[in-house]
Ligand binder design. Structure first.
Ligand SMILES: [Zn+2]
Length: 401
């Protein structure tokens, strides 16, 4: 980790309009160290430290990766966490967080933070959507039902006040299966809004990523990528995939869409976090990804292991003295048996949920780190084949997000 004080330097609190690509004062913010096929191993430099890529980003929806202390997150190998602008805007509000020193200090996580724009929540909670126009989107808050509005300018302002290291553009993220006309409109508005947010305020040293839309429609995705890349951002995301379309279609789209994004900036695939999916997108040239899966699965009593998914509620674990995963060094695996963890889960004990969440996070972070080492060694395809082979060993079926 670099010293934030050094990288932040004498940067002004907010950057002048339109400054993109050099928010860290001349320090290149991304370097590719090695490639293996389409896969890349690199480093993303932020105002709060470096992120080795490919990087799995645990999701801290409400300013916390649920059930996990930031110290434990760091020990599990997390280099960057994701914060949800939508939720933090409504509870406790960016004004409160700013007053208390920004999101890093507020949640006691000194490392890099990426914030989303809030757009995904607005467009995925369809029954709260009230309308959208060229200026922005109106919706009902899930907290109190009151009408609220996001615009590119407000998405920039909220993220500037939260003080994240990477801010995301407000985009229109439609669900899978909508008609093409609606997809065309999503691409048009996403570009229109990206253009405005690029000119809006930022926190000191804050990077801004653009998001491409267009689902798995090749013509629309190409149009979106050309428009968003043409504007110039510090990184680019594939949005609007992993939203309910068939898995093969999604992976195929990542394969041809990732190369539409520049090689010299990071590529972020939004919303994938199952072990097989992580390996597939890394192989296709993705550098960053996020998912709530490890903590959500933990709450249901399920564990991700190197030999596949385990459902601890299954009676066959009742007298099993083995750890969840013989290959894992996390606190759950180094000290507790499957039988004990199953007992905790069945009794609804908080320790059980915490340990499972910690294990799942540790497992996915280690998987991404191992893939990175394999890329650096030029043996990603062997690594992937071996890992997928082991993942298929479990008698409990493979799980996809
Ligand atoms: Zn473990």
């Amino acid at each position: 980790m670099t010293d934030p004080a050094q990288t932040r330097g004498d940067l002004p609190d907010t950057l002048p309009s339109g400054v993109t690509g050099d928010p860290l004062g001349g320090v290149p913010h991304f370097r590719v160290l090695a490639t293996d096929g389409a896969a890349r191993a690199g480093v993303l430099r932020t105002a709060h430290g470096d992120v080795p890529t490919p990087a799995f980003m645990p999701v801290g929806t409400r300013g916390t990766v649920r059930n996990v202390d930031p110290e434990e997150l760091r020990a599990a190998g997390a280099a960057i966490v994701l914060g949800n602008t939508y939720h933090l805007h409504f509870r406790p509000g960016e004004d409160v967080i700013e007053e208390l020193g920004g999101l890093h200090i507020f949640m006691a996580w000194e490392g890099p933070i990426l914030t989303d724009s809030g757009g995904f929540q607005v467009f995925s909670l369809r029954d709260t959507l009230l309308g959208r126009d060229d200026e922005g989107v109106t919706f009902r808050s899930v907290y109190d039902g009151a009408a609220a509005r996001f615009t590119p300018e407000s998405a920039a302002r909220i993220q500037a006040r939260l003080g994240s290291d990477v801010a995301m553009c407000l985009d229109v993220c439609p669900p899978a299966g909508i008609d093409r006309g609606e997809l065309v409109e999503a691409v048009r508005l996403t570009t229109l809004w990206a253009k405005r947010q690029r000119e809006a305020e930022r926190a000191s040293g804050q990077l801004l990523f653009g998001i491409t839309q267009g689902a798995a429609d090749e013509e629309l995705r190409r149009r979106s990528a050309a428009e968003i890349v043409g504007l110039g951002f510090d990184g680019y995301a594939l949005g609007g995939l992993s939203v309910g379309e068939p898995r093969d279609e999604m992976l195929d789209a990542v394969g041809w869409a990732a190369p539409l994004l520049p090689t010299e900036t990071p590529r972020y695939f939004m919303g994938i976090g199952d072990p097989e999916g992580i390996l597939e997108v890394i192989e296709r040239g993705i550098d960053m990804f996020d998912c709530v899966l490890p903590t959500r699965l933990g709450r249901t009593g399920a564990a991700l292991t190197s030999s596949g998914r385990l459902n601890l509620r299954n009676a066959r674990h009742a007298r099993d003295p083995r750890p969840l995963d013989e290959r894992c060094t996390c606190p759950a695996c180094s000290r507790f048996s499957r039988a004990y963890l199953r007992h905790l889960v069945n009794q609804g004990e908080l320790l059980g949920l915490r340990l499972l969440s910690l294990h799942n996070l540790h497992f996915l972070l280690e998987l991404a780190a191992s893939a990175r080492r394999a890329i650096l060694a030029g043996r990603l395809s062997d690594f992937k084949r071996e890992a997928l082979g082991r993942l298929a060993e479990s008698e409990e079926t493979l799980w996809h997000s």
